[in-house]
Design a protein around this ligand. Structure first.
Ligand SMILES: *Cc1c(COP(=O)(O)O)cnc(C)c1O
Length: 223
């Protein structure tokens, strides 16, 4: 079996395994256009990128075949390009970034769905909004006309044993439900993006509606 056949096979297996209400995002950092194309051929509909410059040629080659999500930390000087190529930004975590996304979307007449990234493990050097700051942060986003808050995303701390990630996924889902119940202006809490290759099963048990898989789909990343 070629490596592309292996990707198609793993993609089909994952799509069979994951419950129909959960969406699979293929995390494509470091992969080739052909590898990503193989995943799309097998039925993957959303491709996630960590870097704008890596996404540009991919979107040029495969554009209409998939939906494109920004899943990495977005720098403000990359926003102009990002809002042109991405269908959704999963990593909004500051008002300054929201301001820039809003401005750049306004210039091209686009409305951008965003997820707010949560630093669920309260890790000092990690991106994301602290759980206790979420509501105030999201209220501040209501004034930006060109972005729509559609949910939360979290990485969570990395553990060898993914069972240890469970409390962080659970706390993020609880925050998600609290925010949904608060009916904040300009906010529709419908997507909860959490879980990666070693933790997606636990994330789904804890209420993820979107999982982001790289290694499990494409194989080990080239060194
Ligand atoms: C790389 C990455 C993933 C997928 O990681 P794997 O462990 O390879 O599945 C998911 N989310 C983000 C933000 C990533 O950078």
């Amino acid at each position: 079996m070629t490596s592309l056949d292996a990707i198609r096979k793993r993609a089909r297996e994952l799509l069979d395994e994951i419950p129909p209400e959960v969406t699979l995002v293929a995390a494509a950092k470091g992969r080739t256009v052909e590898e990503v194309r193989a995943a799309i051929e097998a039925g993957v509909r959303i491709i996630g990128h960590n870097y704008v410059q890596e996404a540009v040629p991919m979107v040029a080659a495969l554009g209409d075949l998939a939906e494109w999500h920004m899943i990495g930390h977005l720098q403000r000087n990359k926003v102009r390009r990002a809002v042109e190529i991405f269908d959704r930004i999963e990593t909004l975590d500051s008002v300054r970034l929201a301001q820039e996304i809003d401005k750049r979307c306004s210039a091209i007449g686009k409305s951008m769905p965003v997820l707010v990234e949560v630093n669920s493990g309260r890790e000092p050097n990690k991106t994301g909004v602290l759980p206790e700051d979420l509501e105030q942060f999201i209220r501040q986003l209501a004034t930006f006309e060109n972005l729509r808050v559609e949910g939360l995303m979290t990485m969570g701390p990395r553990f060898g044993d993914p069972e240890q990630a469970r409390p962080y996924f659970r706390a993020t889902r609880e925050a998600f439900e609290r925010l949904a119940a608060a009916s904040l202006p300009n906010v529709a809490m419908r997507t909860l993006s959490m879980g990666m290759s070693n933790s997606y099963r636990i994330a789904i048990e804890e209420g993820a509606t979107m999982v982001r898989l790289g290694t499990r789909l494409f194989g080990e990343r080239p060194a």
